[in-house]
Design a protein around this ligand. Structure first.
Ligand SMILES: [Zn+2]
Length: 475
């Protein structure tokens, strides 16, 4: 990390012409996460129409602009918002249910039945609750991976919740077009053409809502797909530019099914269908051969690493250090809060780094700056959003948070990056901003009635678990 107290980056021409901008954040230690990882002491960030127009020393930036709103960071660190590259928003409904089950049983007994019994109104509340957890843990961009629910109202409700939260993100619409013989729920299976037509429709709907949510495709699992479906998704992605995400090799069962169906394990099968590329984001990748890793590297495929979920479900430890050595762009995520059991990106940040240190018996294999790269720049790249987010730089959207270290856990503060990774919690979030909009201020949400949301979610999840017959101690 280089430190600077004099550099200033600005949009070349005075912008706007009268020099009056929407917001200036003053007196911050700006952790830019730019290419040089510059940290600016007593820095300032000027923001207009949701865009960063100047970053530099406070004296220089504040001398160039006057702002409608001034936020004094009082020498606290200012970080780019974190990027949570994989979650299932509705799963806040099942936190604490299906404990101690491995993946297959957990899906069959808890998660899938719950998703199928939920109403659109319930899904909206659970999705919003997950969004709040993301905001409170500094995540400003999320990649929602929906289940392949046949009711279009459910998908619309989730997108509405994401928009209501003010977060930026992607709604990746879940797709399953086969695999009943391996355990796919028949209620999820739809012809690929029908599902892709729905993705097109969702894109139009999301666009018309005018929020910060775009739409992607989410391939549930290799054994839930036909070869025709995989090839159709690649053709669709090429045609529309819609990015694709997929659960890959979370447990050995995935590659075994692929081998049974096609005589090839998962990664060679995906390669043969043409799916691999920088617009393809595989999630988990726990059980990977050296050859699988090199195949991903060759195709520029990033990997979404979900350490807490892998630990909770006992799925294993992904070979992340090998992936990094191969040049793969590693990013991180919480996964859904059914297998986490939260959507706390700060917790995932710490566990992601430490699990690799333990696995490799090497305290330096993942440093705190590497982990912060995973959660910012790398995540933005993996979602093809690095032109907009992932660092605090001129021209990017204003997604960032002010970190207040005045808690017992985070005191003393010597190195903001080490503190963020190892000694932080949602209690440190002083201000969270997305696209120039303040979503959390002095620890309070600005757009949502959080107390009411928590009450609604508690009541709805109790009723839902009763309807589903999932185990709840409160029944
Ligand atoms: Zn997942």
């Amino acid at each position: 990390m280089s430190t600077s107290d004099s550099a200033q980056q600005s949009i070349p021409e005075p912008f706007p012409k009268n020099g009056v901008i929407d917001t200036i954040i003053r007196h911050a230690t700006v952790i830019t996460q730019n290419d040089q990882r510059t940290a600016i002491k007593d820095g300032a960030v000027a923001i207009h129409h949701g865009q960063i127009v100047s970053v530099g020393a406070d004296t220089m930036v504040s001398g160039s602009y006057s702002a409608m709103r001034e936020i004094d960071a009082s020498n606290r660190p200012l970080f780019p918002g974190l990027v949570n590259t994989h979650t299932h928003l509705f799963q806040s409904a099942v936190k604490g249910l299906g404990e101690d089950l491995p993946l297959g049983d957990w899906l069959r007994q808890v998660t899938v039945p719950t998703s199928q019994a939920m109403t659109a109104d319930e899904l909206y509340i659970f999705a919003l609750l997950s969004c709040v957890e993301n905001i409170r843990s500094g995540a400003t961009t999320i990649n929602e991976f929906s289940y392949p629910l046949p009711d279009s109202n459910m998908h619309a409700a989730a997108i509405r919740a994401m928009n209501a939260s003010g977060l930026r993100g992607r709604y990746s619409r879940g797709i399953v077009d086969g695999g009943e013989e391996f355990g796919s729920s028949p209620r999820f299976i739809r012809p690929i053409e029908q599902s892709l037509a729905h993705v097109r429709q969702l894109r139009t709907e999301a666009h018309s809502q005018g929020g910060l949510i775009d739409v992607g495709v989410a391939i549930g699992i290799i054994w839930g797909m036909t070869e025709h479906g995989l090839r159709a998704i690649r053709a669709f992605a090429n045609d529309t530019g819609v990015p694709v995400s997929m659960h890959v090799n979370e447990v050995p069962f995935d590659a075994e099914c692929s081998f049974t169906a096609w005589g090839k394990s998962t990664v060679p099968m995906l390669e043969s269908t043409g799916l691999l590329g920088p617009d393809f984001l595989p999630v988990h990748c726990v059980h990977m051969s050296a050859e699988d890793i090199h195949t991903f590297a060759r195709h520029g495929v990033p990997v979404s690493y979900n350490a807490v979920s892998n630990m909770i479900l006992g799925s294993g430890i992904p070979p992340i250090a090998e992936m990094m050595r191969a040049g793969i762009n590693v990013c991180i995520a919480t996964d859904g809060s059914g297998s986490n059991n939260s959507n706390d990106m700060l917790e995932s940040l710490k566990f992601s780094a430490l699990l690799q240190r333990a696995a490799c018996r090497d305290a330096a294999v993942v440093t705190a700056p590497t982990a912060v790269d995973w959660a910012t720049r790398n995540g933005a790249r993996a979602m093809n959003m690095f032109d907009k987010v992932g660092s605090i730089e001129v021209g990017k959207r204003a997604d960032m948070f002010i970190f207040d270290s005045a808690t017992a856990k985070s005191t003393p503060l010597h190195d903001p990056i080490a503190t963020l990774v190892h000694s932080s919690s949602p209690a440190n979030m002083h201000m969270v901003m997305v696209d120039g909009n303040v979503l959390l201020e002095h620890g309070r949400l600005t757009r949502l009635d959080e107390a009411k949301l928590i009450q609604d979610a508690q009541q709805m999840s109790a009723a839902l678990s009763q309807r589903c017959g999932t185990h709840s101690l409160l029944r």
